[in-house]
Structure formats: C-alpha cells, structure tokens
Design a protein around this ligand. Structure first.
Ligand SMILES: Cc1ncc(COP(=O)(O)O)c(C=O)c1O
Length: 399
C-alpha cells in the first residue's frame, strides 16, 4: 500500500495564499452561505434529544426516500430506498466503500486523469491495479478518449471509475459517452462503473445568457448502465455544507448490499441529526437541490467575462461544477511553479492540474474556483489582468 505522505496541493496552495495575502480561488469550497432554512432545520434536529444515536447503517429511511424521489424527479430513474440507496459519510466514503466492496487484491481498475485525489488511494489501499487514461484538454473542448479506455480494459478489469461533472475540468456527460459506455459494459460483463456525481445538479447551459436550470444528465438514465453502476452523490456539495460529511450511493440491490457490508465497518452510519436535517430540508421541495444554481451561474458568467476582457489567459468555462480552467499561453513552466508565481505576483491562488495526475504531466492549466463572492471574482480577474494583460502576449511575465 503506497499512500502519498506529502502535503496535498490544496493545503499547500491555501497556506501560500494566506502567507501572500492572496485571494484564495484554490480550495474547492463553497464560500456562499447555506440556505438559512437548512440551518434552522439543523438547530431543530440538534435540540431534539431523540435524534442523537446511531442510525441504521444504510441511513435513516426518510433520507433514503427523499434521495430516491430526487433521482426520479430529476433523472427519471427510480431506486428502491430500502435496498438501493445508502447514506454515507460524504461521497469520499461512498467511493472508498464501493472500491473495497467490489474488488479483490490484484483486480484492475481504469480511471480518468486528471482525477480527484481520493481515487488512487482507494485503489492502493485495496491493492487494486489502477490504469489511468488521460482526458484530452484542448482550447476548443474536453474529450474523453473512449478508444484508449477500451484498450486499457481487460477481463481482469473490475471497475471503471468516472466522474461527471468532472473535477477539475467541468466536463459533463455527453450523448456519445453514454453510447461508448453501453458498448463497453456489454463487451466486459465483469465490469462495474463507479460514477462520482458529486456535482450532479451543477450542470450549466452552454449559453451564458440562459439562467434557467439545465436538466441534469446522468449515467443512470441508461437502463443498461443503471444496472451496472454505483452512482455516488455528495449531499454536502448539494446544500453547500461539505463539513457535514454526508453523501450517498445509488446502486442495484446486489451492489448496494456489497457496498453496505463495507460501509458498516468504516463509519457504521453517517451523523444521525444531520441525516434528519437533510431529509426534512430536501423533503420540503425538490428545488432545494438548485438553491445555489442562479448564484453559481451568475458567477460563472461574470468571472469568465472578466477573465476574457481583462487578461490574455486562455479560459475554459465549465459545463458543470464550479471551477474554471485558465492557461497562460506561451509558457513551458511547470504548472505548479506557475500557480506559485501567480499567487505571489497576481495575489490569486489557484490549483495547478499536474497533481491530479500520477506523475510527470504538465498541462499548463490552472483551476480557479468561482463559488466565491462576486466582488472577489472581479478583483481576482483584475489582479490576473495586471500580470497577464489583455492583448497579444509578448514575453511570458513569470519567465
Ligand atoms: C469529484 C469529487 N468527488 C468527491 C468529492 C468529495 O465529496 P464529499 O465532500 O461529499 O466527500 C469531491 C470534493 O471536492 C469532488 O470534487
């Protein structure tokens, strides 16, 4: 088992931001306050002396029912709350439990890089052999190389781990991805998909002017893929309370049973009063899952427009999630150096993409989180504009 012992890039960039007095667009945290109605519900739950003991390991039935009804309402896909929905301590625990539940040491797994940082350790702890396939990130769009994925699959591949909307690129699920996945699960009957949908409701219309919610899409909408997938969600992301550590897994009963068997020995159950809080809050109206939608859309538009007018950075607006990728043209500097230089010179902290890869990759792209106050985003674009002013780039300012 080889788990990295080094400080994570998120911790490193945050301490550099603090040291430099820089605007912190590095951490993937919501800086917008949660709905006051959610906090009132939490206060009620915590003052009820009957809600403070263990829940069933699968989670309280009321919350499982609410999650099943949200899946039905937004994706048209049903799950049985009794046997197909499991509440976990965040998406992170659900991912970890799913990997351990479905693999034996020596099994193989394929995943996509850049990758969220808990995937590789989950494979390593389970002694699973991971194979990474690289997403193609270009100035015109982000492509999933399905032929490469197919080349990596073998009869020993037990898992294909995917993430839509994708962190850090914001790539959402496209029609052609569904087709490719349906073909792959038919070719490999032993293969199960783990689909990390931590940003499931944050899917944006490509036109910046449209502010209505775009119907979210999910792998679960294919009846074939629904049967072959564990879908993972993050309640913390949905309600903007990631510190509460609540997530869930949706899967056909046999897969859920296997996952629950592991989950009961990791956390036993998620925090009971918070489960009641979420069940009651989300139970008042399904649209609660879209509470941040308008605020995030507005921020995406304002931030991208300011970056485009004030800087000559290449900008990739996301299809989903709350990150924008930017890249200074004409530089060969490692993106980690670039991110540090930017924190010092522009006083804007970002996350370089290379730590989302195994080793030796320099994409040049930096991730900026726009779940921040609008004034902070405008300020950040102005500060970036001083280092990378609008107009054709000349000599790279940090070289
Ligand atoms: C892609 C992705 N998956 C999972 C998580 C973790 O979610 P949770 O906080 O619910 O464990 C994150 C958090 O940033 C994420 O970006």
């Amino acid at each position: 088992m080889r788990i990295p012992q080094t400080e994570s890039i998120f911790a490193r960039m945050t301490s550099l931001a603090n040291q430099e007095g820089a605007l912190n667009l590095a951490q993937g945290l919501m800086w917008l306050p949660p709905d006051p109605a959610l906090l009132e519900e939490a206060a009620r739950a915590f003052s009820d002396s009957t809600l403070h003991q263990y829940s069933l390991p699968a989670g309280i039935l009321e919350l499982r029912e609410v999650i099943a009804s949200l899946s039905e309402r937004f994706f048209g896909t049903t799950y049985d709350p009794a046997s197909e929905v499991t509440i976990t301590a965040g998406a992170t625990e659900a991912l970890f439990a799913a990997v351990q539940a479905l693999t034996q040491p020596g099994d193989e797994a394929v995943f996509i890089e850049p990758a969220y940082d808990s995937y590789l350790p989950a494979f390593q702890i389970g002694s699973v052999r991971p194979y990474a396939v690289k997403l193609q990130i270009t100035s015109t769009g982000i492509y999933l190389p399905w032929e490469e994925v197919e080349k990596r699959l073998s009869p020993k591949t037990r898992l294909l781990l995917l993430n839509f909307p994708h962190n850090p690129t914001g790539r959402t699920l496209h029609e052609e991805d569904l087709k490719a996945l349906e073909r792959l699960v038919e070719l490999y009957p032993q293969l199960t998909l783990i689909v990390d949908e931590a940003y499931e409701y944050m899917q944006w219309h490509p036109n910046f002017e449209v502010i209505e919610a775009l119907p979210p899409v999910s792998v679960r909408q294919s009846p074939l893929l629904r049967e072959r997938s564990i879908i993972i969600g993050s309640l913390g992301k949905i309600v903007g309370a990631t510190g509460w550590r609540l997530g869930y897994a949706l899967a056909p009963a046999p897969l859920s049973k296997a996952l629950r068997a592991v989950h009961q020995f990791i956390t036993f159950c998620a925090a009971t009063p918070l489960q009641f809080t979420l069940a009651r809050y989300l139970g008042t109206s399904p649209d609660k899952v879209l509470y941040f939608h308008a605020a995030l859309l507005e921020r995406r538009k304002i931030f991208v427009e300011h970056l485009r007018t004030l800087t000559h950075l290449e900008v990739l607006p996301p299809e989903g999630g709350y990150f924008v990728l930017v890249r200074p043209p004409s530089t060969n500097l490692p993106d980690t150096t670039l991110a540090e230089e930017l924190t010092r010179k522009a006083k804007v902290a970002s996350i370089p993409l290379s730590p989302f890869y195994g080793e030796g990759v320099n994409t040049g792209w930096l991730r900026l989180c726009f779940a921040r106050p609008i004034e902070m985003l405008i300020q950040a674009a102005e500060q970036l504009g001083r280092v990378y002013p609008a107009g054709p780039p000349s000599v790279h300012p940090t070289e």
